[in-house]
Design a protein around this ligand. Structure first.
Ligand SMILES: [Zn+2]
Length: 67
């Protein structure tokens, strides 16, 4: 599945690492809840459009969020 830019429809460069500048920390996205099955988390990744610079964020392992 190719990721297309929302602005100009060009094909985006995926699997870009998202880090906090000045550190080696990544950013994680988590879904928290009360039940055992309501805990999902995954590392955040980015796709960058080589034409206009638009950045799209997505989680590394989306299966974590599928119930
Ligand atoms: Zn673009």
């Amino acid at each position: 599945m190719k990721r297309l830019c929302h602005q100009c429809r060009d094909e985006m460069i995926e699997d870009c690492k998202v880090t906090v500048e000045g550190g080696f920390y990544g950013i994680k996205v988590s879904e928290t809840g009360n039940g055992i099955f309501k805990n999902a988390s995954s590392r955040l990744q980015a796709a960058v459009c080589p034409s206009c610079g638009y950045v799209a964020l997505y989680v590394e392992d989306v299966r974590e969020f599928r119930k």
